[in-house]
Design a protein around this ligand. Structure first.
Ligand SMILES: [Zn+2]
Length: 482
């Protein structure tokens, strides 16, 4: 950037404050895509010392539910996506929409359409035959007689010139210039009545009223953008507010492992389902990469914000790779203090020495159950005690010798001394015909099984030290008695 450019961008930023919004509809649980969009808005606000606000778009009373709203708000809190000030609710803003809609009606930019559903379908059918874009070109915007009203209340539409040769253009901050033919939009509906705004009208009124500078949202909203631009213009022409259209940025879709749009079929989509297994910082870290590349793999949202630029967001779809999420999560779990980790897991009596052994191996928090032998006696089939290169009897005999070694060993000594003792013993029980003359498996396998009841675990020596002499002996005795 040149010196002049730097001055210029500083100047423009002081002129208009960055203000972005997250605007979920409470018609489902917090979706991972919504959370990713929220994160990118949050990062952009943070980077530009702007504000990030939360608006609940709950005008669809039939599909909105308090349970979903709570889930969304809790989800944002859990992820640490803090918003500025109070939460805005569209359902509490009906007076404001009414004021805008009345103004649009009065100015003639909006009008009532009395056509029936049947008539609209007929029009659409004809357009299909004529291979035209489906849209309603309403003659009621010019005049309407009482008979045409037919006692109906009439839906409210924006008057759009069906003969317009104008291209509606916006400069998408991620994708560049996007054009749309105005005449293809038709006289689209903006409200069922003055107190029941439809999606695009409510969004525009709110974005004006809340002084939103940048609209950052999923690419599925690209087709709404030209309609919204027309609403901005109509509101300005109606003399309600001066024309000020925010900048738009449309984020790439999130794709499942099969490269189709992420859905319940190809991945877990609701944030609440991740809570039991993942740390919020890990999920944030992971979501940050859904459409962006940072200078390092593990970073906080504050570090992401430092690097964040809209222009660097990827254009192509972002693949939701659960293996990557698991790896990132394992890094976050490993970095937890033992106190914090203990608070996060249900098991309270994990021996202190066992904690690092668990945290360095865990990808998901609920996998801690695989380590339950640290806090409760294992349950397993007797056959597990048999070393696969030997028989059960020999395996148990060897375990009885190991028991004696444990009994006689002073556990104040370093654990390498204990390992040495077991290794020495393994030389004596080994198969003399094998090259090393040693069978470590015959010593370690039954011991591991007796201690953990599992085929895989951390080093049995470490486990003996974590459990302590008494508990280790108790488990070995139990195994022999089986
Ligand atoms: Zn009509």
């Amino acid at each position: 950037m040149t010196f002049v450019g730097m001055i210029f961008s500083r100047y423009t930023f002081t002129m208009s404050k960055v203000r972005v919004r997250m605007a979920p509809s409470p018609t489902g649980y917090l979706h991972i895509g919504t959370a990713r969009t929220a994160l990118f808005n949050w990062l952009f606000a943070k980077k530009n010392k702007g504000e990030f606000i939360l608006r609940i778009e709950d005008t669809d009373l039939e599909r909105s539910d308090k349970i979903y709203e709570q889930d969304i708000v809790e989800g944002f809190k859990w992820l640490g996506l803090d918003w500025k000030g109070e939460i805005f609710y569209q359902s509490k803003r009906l007076d404001i929409y009414e004021e805008y809609i009345e103004k649009l009606l009065k100015s003639g930019r909006a009008f009532r359409c009395y056509h029936s559903q049947e008539e609209l379908e007929k029009e659409r059918g004809q357009q299909m035959v004529d291979k035209e874009a489906p849209r309603h070109i309403c003659k009621h915007k010019l005049s309407v007689s009482a008979s045409e009203q037919n006692g109906r209340a009439g839906i409210i539409r924006l008057a759009v010139d069906e003969n317009s040769e104008r291209l509606l253009t916006f400069d998408d901050q991620i994708r560049g210039r996007i054009d749309w033919e105005e005449k293809l939009l038709g006289d689209f509906s903006i409200a069922k009545d003055p107190r029941t705004p439809l999606y695009n009208l409510a969004v525009v009124v709110d974005d004006i009223d809340m002084q939103i500078s940048h609209v950052i949202r999923g690419e599925d909203h690209i087709s709404n953008t030209p309609k919204q631009i027309l609403i901005y213009e109509a509101i300005a022409q109606a003399g309600k507010t001066p024309l000020k259209i925010p900048k738009f940025a449309h984020l790439p879709l999130i794709l499942g492992s099969d490269k189709s749009k992420l859905s319940k079929r190809n991945g877990t989509t609701s944030v609440s389902e991740y809570k039991k297994d993942y740390l919020p910082g890990a999920l944030i870290n992971f979501m940050g990469f859904l459409g962006y590349t940072y200078s390092k793999e593990i970073l906080s949202k504050e570090e992401m914000a430092d690097e964040f630029e809209l222009e660097k967001i990827h254009k192509s779809g972002a693949i939701f790779d659960i293996k990557k999420l698991n790896w990132i999560n394992s890094q976050y779990i490993h970095a937890l203090s033992t106190d914090k980790f203990k608070k996060m897991i249900a098991a309270k009596d994990v021996p202190e020495k066992a904690l690092p052994m668990i945290t360095e191996r865990l990808e998901k928090l609920t996998d801690v159950a695989d380590f339950d032998y640290f806090w409760k006696s294992p349950d397993y089939a007797k056959e597990l005690l048999r070393w696969k290169k030997s028989d059960l009897e020999t395996s148990l005999k060897t375990l009885a010798e190991v028991k004696k070694i444990i009994q006689d060993f002073d556990f104040n000594k370093d654990k390498n001394e204990f390992r040495k003792a077991l290794d020495e013993f393994s030389k004596r029980v080994g198969d003399p015909s094998s090259p090393s003359g040693q069978d470590r498996g015959l010593v370690y396998w039954p011991l591991r099984a007796a201690l953990t009841g599992k085929e895989k675990s951390p080093d049995p020596v470490d486990i003996v030290y974590a459990l302590g002499k008494e508990k280790a002996l108790e488990r070995v005795s139990k195994a022999i008695e089986r």
